[in-house]
Structure formats: structure tokens, C-alpha cells
Design a protein around this ligand. Structure first.
Ligand code: 3HC
Ligand code: NAI
Length: 698
């Protein structure tokens, strides 16, 4: 067991080296090893100090997340931390890479802390639906005060060594091998006769307005409970003796461990990492991509070019006219300037990217040497086919030809070239340099190395890339069309768009569907409705009230009016009273007697539509695994992370209840509410979506 911690004596200092790759998570064996090695150090009469270091790329990344949800085994982490802190020896932590969660808690239990300049510390437990559970809510506020501790714990953010030193979280920063630096520091402390310095013996933090802080953190969490609980834990540090505060923290930690929110967030943590693990790509090398071409410099093309530039790629953007190219240039300039404002890049870097790494052209010949092209022209099959024909003629052999289409058939686009094996969909989300999701749409003929190149590019751009098959809307937009239709139906039947937005926000989304429409532009949905009208099944119900807004030139935020009215310099909008006039007129025309919808019913119907379509997307093989759908909704559509994604949420609610809801709704509208065959099978076999995820990983 103890081989996870090696023990070596260097003069008067015992070096405890944590060796648990890849990130030294505090598994049971590590915790046990720490206890044993502390005993060993104390039993060695030549030892006066202990130095704790981590092997590999990090000090310690925290508790072992894979153990969560299983029966906890002794020694527990708080016991390990108390054991370290109460040692009669002088204990020093030398930190490199990350010290996160339990990793920082171990470090805070040491009496002194030294860090590499590149080290980062943080308490990301809230991102897992938890609060720190091994003393950080009690020790950190004793070091840096309640307010700052709450900021760090509730945000879960990572802090650089410099800031950590300014705050007093680390005592010194020194570059070098962590063991060498740590030994020198410990020797210095011994020579100076430095005393042990247990944080638990420091004065309790001064009180703040706990209730007001709790309320504001709760509000910011949009339904997430862990950050608000963290405020109460820090309050315990202020009001209770250390040992009692520790107990209170532990109780809250275990209570949170039992919640669906913890399950949802840990599902998100592992799924985010699993989406890129495709068995067929295991031994496939991606093509080398150093330069990228972008066709079209509108909203998406400019965003994609910005993302590529920020990741160090050179970009050639082709537009139709010089005027359009100039407009693209200023859009990219705007995006990069915003990055300067946020402190992401320097002004010099901005200039170098805009005037060095970016080339604008109006001639496709400029693309003859690029390694990959992303097309982002108008959403029109004829235009796209024409563009791909031209790309086929000018691009070098082996160049990856990608389309950013939202809905169109990638097979048909590929057929416009003589090299369909090089054609793929790379579906970015707006704004493309900000949104984390990238759908990688694999067409019938796409070569595996082209898929691998898509994933490699996604990684380079910092995206969460999800494989999708070809269908109308791929994974995300196909599901969106369905739950958006469910919202539309509820409006026809009696709910207001404002009630729906509010219910969906209360579910945890940042925005409701009608607010999203206003943001995206109502003209987009209007154009889609017009395009689909001729082939629409007569049984499909589509509201016309939004068309009335568009006919009057009200397209949402960009025109100042849509479902909401937007005043200059004001955040958000106020409900547009015209909307309900149009809705009521349409209800009367259709002979609908409106009925009330409770918030619960709105949420249930909206989610049932989402889950049902998601199950169809998995059943049809458009998404490989339920977790792929979950990550698309999380990173592209604002689904609340603490609920894990629609299919994880469905598992937690219970699939039989959901199917019963859908079958109930089908009695009113059996065209729209057709239960997904996969959902029925899972219910019949008493299985869950997560069983399918596990099966795929096995
Ligand atoms: N437990 C178990 N496995 C972990 C882990 C952890 N705490 N942290 C990372 N891993 C695993 C990942 O799942 C991944 O496994 P894989 O290779 O099988 O997919 C591998 O380590 C490498 O991780 P990444 O791919 O994420 O590598 P990066 O270099 O991009 O990031 C990291 C490293 C910054 C450490 C990032 O993994 C991370 O943020 N980890 C989570 C840290 C965290 O949340 N710690 C708090 C835990 S809760 C806690 O400590 C409770 C305590 O208060 C009691
Ligand atoms: P846009 O209208 O803002 O930009 C399109 C640009 O392409 C225009 O600047 C136009 O001048 C240029 N263009 C048209 N034909 C061209 C050609 N033959 N050669 C060179 N340039 C040409 O459109 P937007 O919103 O950027 O969309 C582009 C594509 O991205 C569409 O396929 C759309 O479906 C897709 N998309 C859009 C999203 C959005 O939120 N706007 C999200 C994801 C995908």
C-alpha cells in the first residue's frame, strides 16, 4: 500500500513523495500511506522536519473523484490533514503544478508552504457539487479572512502562485526542482528556529454579514446549492471552535455528497473528458494543421478565425468582395480587442495576430497551401456546393475541407467534391471564439484521420468536441427544434412566453427559450419556418404569433424589440405586450380555450421533449452515447451543469416516470409526442442511459 508515498531522509528532513499518477489524487492508498509515513518520520529520532512533495505534473489534484459515491474507507482525508498538522515535527509543503481541493487542504495542514512560480492552487469542489471536506473552509479563512475565502471557495477558480503569495496562502515562491527548493526552505526554517505553525490554532476569522452573503451566493448559483453551503461552512469557522467547525464542514460535505447535484456535476467532469475518446481513433494520427482557411467572414467565420488566431494558427479568410473582407477584418479586430480588454492577450499580440497571422483575400487561390478550410457562408445548399467545388479545385491534396453548416446534409456537400473522404462538418456555436462546444459531424465517406484531425483541432482551440452523425440539425439543433416546439405548443395552449422563460430559468438555464430567440434573432426561426412550410406534415402544430413580430420588423435584441422590449444601456428586456395580443388572437382563430400551466408542468413538458428527442438521437446513432448528448446540451445550449445533462437528469428523475409523462402528453398530440423506442426499451429492461455510457466505456 505505502508505495504510493515514498520516504527518504535527507539530513534532518524526511521527504514524503506522493506518487499516484497522473495527478496524485488522494486515493485510499495515498491517505493510508501518508499516515504511515508520518508515523515513520516521527519514529525516526534524526528527523526534525517533514517535506511533502508530489511526483510528476502536480503536487496533488485533490480527493480521488472516482471514489465518490462508494463507501468511504478510513483514514478519511480530514484525519490525514489533522495528523499532518498536529505532528511535533516541522512540516513543509513544496507545491508545483496544481494543488486543488484536498491537495490544497493537505498543503494548508503543513506549517509552511513554498511554491513554484507556475504553481496554481484552488478549491474546485463546488464544480463537483461539493464544498471542501478536509478543513479548507475552516483553515483558509483563518489565513486570508472570511470574505476572500468565500470568494475562492464559491468560485472554484484557480489562483496563480503570485496571488497566492500576496494572500498569504503560500509563504514563498522559488523556481527549481520542488524537492530541492523545498529542502532548502525547510533547512532555512530549521536554522532560523522557526516554530510549528498550525493554522487551526490561528484566530477564527472575523464575522461578515453571513445571511446577505449566503443570499447573494445562492442567487448567483442559479439553483446550485454547494456554493451557498460553503458560506455556512465558513460561518462555522468564525463562530465555532476549530474542531466543531471541522465537524460542521464534514456534515455539510457528506450531505452534499448524497445529492443529485453532486452526481450531475461529476458526470459532467468525466463526460467532458470522455467525449473525445473514440475507439476507432485510438491508433489514428491526425493530419498536421498549421494554417487554416475560412470562407465567409460573417458572424461565424469571423469568430472561427478569431479562435484559430488565438490558438496560434495562421488564418487566410476569403470573402466575396473587398468590402465584405474589410467588414470581416473589423469583426475579428473587435473580437481580439475584447480579448485585450479581458486581459487575455496584450495589445502587441492583438496587432501581431491581426496584421501578421491573418490574411484576407477575395480570391480562392489564396487557399492553395492551407492545411484545413472551414466554410461559413450562407446556409444555402447551392451556395455551399458551389464553394466546395471551388475548394476541390484549389486546395492541396490532403487539405481537410470542413463545413460549419447548422442543418444541411454534409454528405450532399461532400458530393460536390472529388474527395469526399476529406470532407467533414465542424459545427461551431456562436460566438465561435467563446462557446466551448464543437460538433464534429462525420459523413459517410469521411476518413478516420480527417475525424482525428477535427478532434485535434478542437483540442487546440480549447473546445469540447463531440462526434455527431449526419441528420437535420445533428445532435444539438435537432434536439433544440423539438424542445423549442414543445415551448411553442404550451404558448398556444395557455402559457405565456414569459412564464416559460421564467420556469426554464428556474430550472437552471441562463436564459429561457424566448429570450434565446430574441438574442439569436427572430428572423432565423422565421426563415426556417418559411423554408419548412411546404413540406410540413399537416399534423405538426407551429405557432404563427412569432411571424407577426417579424412581419413588423421586430427581430429581437438587434432591433430593440421581440418577445421583450430592450432599452438602451439596460440589461435584459421587459415583456412586449404585443406578444400576448398576437398569441390570444391566434388561440381564438384556432379555437383553443387557454388553460393554466404551473411552473412544474412547464419544466416537465420541456424536459420530456428534450429527453425524448435526445433518446431518438442516441437510438438513431447520431450520438454514440448518452453522455455525448449531455455534453452538447451543457456546452452549447446552457443546460445547467449541476444537472449533468438531459439524459443524466432523466436517469435521476427515473425513466419510467418520464415515459409515463410522454405517453400522457401523447393523448393530446400523438404526432408530436411519439415515445423514443430507446426510452421504451430502457424502461422495459429496467436500465438507464448511464448503463449505456458504461457499456460503451467497457
Ligand atoms: N480524481 C481522480 N481522477 C482525476 C482527478 C481527481 N481529483 N483529477 C484528474 N483526474 C484524472 C482525469 O479524469 C484524467 O483521467 P483520464 O486520463 O483517465 O481521462 C486524468 O486525471 C488527467 O486529467 P485531465 O485530462 O483533466 O488533465 P489536465 O492536465 O487537463 O488537468 C487537473 C488536470 C487540473 C488536475 C484537472 O484534471 C482537474 O481539474 N481535476 C479535478 C480537480 C478537482 O476537482 N479536485 C477537487 C477534488 S474534490 C476534493 O478534493 C474534496 C476534498 O475537499 C475532500
Ligand atoms: P453571415 O450571414 O453572418 O455570414 C456569411 C458570410 O459569408 C457573409 O459575410 C458573406 O459575405 C459570406 N459569403 C457568402 N457566400 C460566400 C462565398 N461564396 N465566398 C465567400 N464568402 C461568402 O452568416 P453566419 O451566421 O456567419 O453563418 C454562416 C454559416 O454558419 C451558416 O451555414 C450557418 O448556418 C452556420 N452557423 C451559424 C450560427 C449562428 O449562430 N449564426 C451557428 C452555427 C453555425
Amino acid at each position: 500500500m505505502t508505495d504510493k508515498i515514498t520516504y527518504e531522509r535527507q539530513g534532518e528532513i524526511a521527504v514524503l513523495r506522493i506518487t499516484n499518477p497522473p495527478v496524485n489524487a488522494l486515493s485510499h492508498a495515498v491517505r493510508q500511506g501518508m499516515m504511515e509515513r508520518m508515523d515513520e518520520a516521527e519514529a525516526d529520532e534524526n528527523v526534525r522536519a517533514v517535506l511533502i512533495v508530489g511526483e510528476g505534473r502536480a503536487f496533488i489534484a485533490g480527493a480521488d473523484i472516482r471514489e465518490f459515491g462508494k463507501t468511504p474507507l478510513e483514514p478519511h482525508l480530514p484525519d490525514v490533514c489533522n495528523r499532518i498538522e498536529s505532528s511535533p515535527l516541522l512540516v513543509v509543503a513544496s507545491m508545483h503544478g496544481v494543488s486543488l481541493g484536498g491537495g490544497l487542504e493537505v498543503a494548508l495542514s503543513a506549517h509552511y508552504r513554498i511554491a513554484q512560480p507556475s504553481a496554481r492552487v484552488g478549491l474546485p469542489e463546488v464544480n463537483l457539487g461539493l464544498i471542501p471536506g478536509a478543513g479548507a473552509t475552516q483553515r483558509l479563512p483563518r489565513v486570508i479572512g472570511a470574505e476572500m475565502a468565500i470568494e475562492i471557495i464559491t468560485s472554484g477558480r484557480q489562483i496563480g502562485a503570485g496571488e497566492a503569495e500576496d494572500l498569504g496562502i503560500v509563504d514563498a515562491i522559488e523556481e527549481g526542482d520542488p524537492e530541492t527548493v523545498g529542502l532548502a526552505y525547510a533547512e532555512r526554517l530549521l536554522a532560523e528556529g522557526a516554530a510549528r505553525r498550525p493554522v487551526s490554532e490561528m484566530p477564527a476569522p472575523a464575522p461578515i454579514d453571513w445571511d446577505a452573503t449566503y443570499a447573494s451566493v445562492l442567487k448567483r448559483g442559479r439553483g446550485q446549492i454547494a456554493p451557498a453551503q460553503a458560506v455556512r461552512a465558513v460561518q462555522a469557522a468564525s463562530e465555532l471552535p476549530f474542531a466543531e467547525g471541522l465537524k460542521a464542514e464534514r456534515q455539510m460535505f457528506w450531505d452534499l455528497m448524497k445529492t443529485d447535484q453532486r452526481q450531475g456535476m461529476i458526470h459532467a467532469f468525466f463526460s467532458e473528458r470522455a467525449v473525445g475518446a473514440l475507439p476507432e481513433l485510438k491508433d489514428v494520427a491526425p493530419r498536421d494543421v498549421k494554417s487554416v482557411g475560412v470562407i465567409g467572414g460573417g458572424t461565424m467565420g469571423a469568430g472561427i478565425a478569431t479562435a484559430a488566431l488565438l490558438s496560434g494558427l495562421s488564418v487566410t479568410l476569403v470573402e466575396m468582395t473587398q468590402e465584405a473582407a474589410d467588414a470581416a477584418h473589423s469583426r475579428i479586430d473587435g473580437n481580439l480587442s475584447a480579448a485585450v480588454k479581458r486581459g487575455k492577450i496584450s495589445r502587441e499580440k492583438h496587432d501581431a495576430l491581426l496584421n501578421g497571422a491573418l490574411t484576407l483575400a477575395t480570391d480562392y487561390d489564396a487557399l492553395s497551401e492551407v492545411d484545413l478550410v472551414v466554410e461559413a457562408v450562407f446556409e444555402d445548399m447551392e451556395v455551399k456546393r458551389e464553394v466546395f467545388g471551388r475548394l476541390d479545385a484549389v486546395c492541396k491534396p490532403g487539405c481537410v475541407l470542413a463545413t460549419n453548416t447548422s442543418y444541411l446534409d454534409v454528405n450532399e456537400i461532400a458530393a460536390a467534391t472529388r474527395r469526399p473522404e476529406d470532407v467533414i462538418g465542424l459545427h461551431f456555436f456562436s460566438p465561435a471564439h467563446v462557446m466551448k462546444l464543437l460538433e464534429i459531424v462525420v459523413a459517410d465517406a469521411t476518413a478516420p484521420e480527417v475525424v482525428a484531425t477535427g478532434f485535434a483541432l478542437g483540442k487546440r482551440l480549447g473546445k469540447v468536441s463531440v462526434r455527431a452523425g449526419v441528420c437535420d440539425g445533428f445532435i444539438g439543433n435537432r434536439i433544440l427544434a423539438t424542445f423549442r416546439a414543445a415551448a411553442d405548443h404550451m404558448v398556444l395552449d395557455g402559457a405565456t412566453p414569459f412564464e416559460i422563460d421564467s420556469a426554464i430559468r428556474n430550472f437552471g438555464f441562463a436564459m429561457g427559450p424566448f429570450e434565446v430567440s430574441d438574442l439569436a434573432g427572430l428572423d432565423i426561426g422565421w426563415a426556417t419556418r418559411k423554408r419548412k412550410a411546404p413540406t410540413l406534415d399537416p399534423r405538426a402544430r407551429v405557432g404563427r404569433y412569432a411571424d407577426r413580430l417579424c412581419e413588423e420588423g421586430n427581430f429581437g435584441q438587434k432591433t430593440g424589440k421581440g418577445f421583450y422590449i430592450y432599452e438602451k444601456d439596460q440589461r435584459g428586456g421587459t415583456p412586449n405586450p404585443q406578444v400576448m395580443e398576437y398569441v390570444e388572437a391566434e388561440r381564438a382563430e384556432r379555437g383553443i380555450t387557454p388553460r393554466d400551466f404551473s411552473e412544474d408542468e412547464i419544466q416537465r413538458r420541456y424536459m420530456a421533449a428534450m429527453v425524448n428527442e435526445a433518446a431518438k438521437v442516441v437510438g438513431d446513432g447520431i450520438a454514440r452515447r448518452p453522455l455525448d448528448v449531455d455534453m452538447v446540451l451543457l456546452f452549447g445550449y446552457g443546460f445547467p451543469r449541476y444537472r449533468g445533462g438531459p439524459l443524466k437528469w432523466a436517469d435521476m428523475v427515473g425513466l419510467p416516470a418520464l415515459l409515463a409523462d410522454i405517453e400522457g402528453y401523447a393523448q393530446e398530440d400523438d404526432f408530436f409526442w411519439q415515445p423514443a423506442p430507446l426510452l421504451k426499451t430502457l424502461v422495459d429492461k429496467e436500465r438507464t442511459f448511464d448503463d449505456l455510457n458504461k457499456e460503451a466505456a467497457a
